[in-house]
Design a protein around this ligand. Structure first.
Ligand SMILES: *Cc1c(COP(=O)(O)O)cnc(C)c1O
Length: 342
């Protein structure tokens, strides 16, 4: 299953799904019902799992758009069963079990009784059981093995095991714990070219082959020189120590370039790393191009990705922001004009 939630981790949900489809993928995962509907409206074929489930009153949409329902509450299951009966259709559902994430799902000890209740509902069939790992990005964490043991043990208790599709592995598990792949994996961040554990994860296993898909490029608006002792941007948090050439970029926190990168971020211009000076504004920021005498308005600035021999990764930006690549990709991807190339 290719996870395309959060607008394809910032890459554009429909375009990401089409790219994975061209690569042979036939199963897609979204978080919300709304996202599943958007994929169908864009004519994405195959199975589309709605992993955070659906409210009972919207059960009809699951059928209408032929989405694969994930259930963990009996009221939603009942509502879906009624829809199944009304339309004369049999609906395969996947039960979500909480084996250690403490997020959605029935607790392992509740699974047998819950599955029993679901199996008694008309026109519903238990097609699979799923769970989610909280710590599989860490090769050394013991929790993954324990969670997996709980998962397989409880799944055994649910009737007709060989007819059920079991799935628990996210990118971290695929890369670090291939023994947990079961009948299907749900890969997200790795499909977009990043390791779930960031740069330290890339030092292990096969992950050196991951290639980031996204880059973020802009153009210099204005270049000018200011004398020593000049304050830069709101709050004058940076004051020049020398005569300084500034390049102004049309990129600010409104564009997903976090204000927490003020005085910390770096940008590539003419193939060189240059620092962000002062606070990042809503729509603009300033960088120091004193060492690059040729820079002029209109020149390309790369905030994420490669220019010449230099690369800025989402992991690097994430580390400066105190977050993970996932959030950087969502922020930059979901707040800017996208262009696709193959
Ligand atoms: C997001 C998500 C995944 C994918 O996780 P990655 O770490 O991006 O691979 C898998 N399963 C569920 C239920 C998810 O929400």
């Amino acid at each position: 299953m290719a996870m395309v939630k959060a607008d394809g981790y910032g890459h554009g949900m429909v375009m990401a799904a089409r790219a994975f489809q061209r690569g042979g993928c036939t199963v897609f995962g979204v978080a919300e019902l709304r996202e599943g509907i958007l994929l169908r409206q864009a004519s994405i074929p195959g199975e589309i799992y709605v992993t955070i489930g659906f409210p009972g009153e919207e059960a009809g949409l699951i059928l209408q758009y032929d989405l694969t329902p994930v259930i963990y509450n009996i009221d939603a299951a009942r509502a879906l069963s009624l829809q199944g009966v009304a339309s004369g259709r049999d609906i395969g559902v996947h039960i979500k079990v909480d084996t250690g994430m403490s997020r959605l799902g029935v607790l392992p000890k509740e699974l047998p009784a819950f599955a029993e209740q679901v199996s008694r509902l008309k026109n519903l069939r238990i097609a699979g059981i799923m769970s989610h790992f909280p710590e599989s990005d860490d090769l050394k964490a013991e929790s993954t093995k324990k969670n997996f043991a709980a998962f397989t043990k409880e799944c055994k208790g649910v009737g007709g095991r060989d007819k059920l599709l079991l799935h628990i592995a996210n990118s971290g598990a695929v890369l670090n714990f291939p023994g947990t792949c079961c009948d299907m994996v749900r890969a997200g961040i790795s499909l977009y070219g990043y390791h779930p554990a960031g740069p330290k994860g890339c030092l292990t296993g096969d992950s050196g082959q991951l290639k980031p898909a996204m880059s973020f490029r802009s153009k210099v608006l204005q270049v000018k020189s200011v004398p020593e002792g000049t304050g830069i941007s709101y709050g004058r948090t940076f004051v020049t120590q020398r005569k300084t050439r500034l390049a102004v970029l049309p990129v600010g926190y409104e564009d997903g370039y976090s204000r927490s990168l003020s005085n910390r971020g770096q940008v590539l211009i003419h193939g060189c790393r240059v620092p962000v000076l002062g606070r990042i504004c809503m729509n603009m920021c300033m960088v120091d191009v004193s060492e690059l005498s040729e820079v002029k308005a209109g020149d390309e600035a790369v905030l994420l990705g490669r220019q010449g021999e230099e690369t800025i990764s989402a992991d690097e930006i994430a580390e400066k922001m105190g977050t993970i690549s996932y959030e950087v990709l969502c922020l930059l991807g979901n707040n800017n004009k996208r262009q696709y190339s193959e």
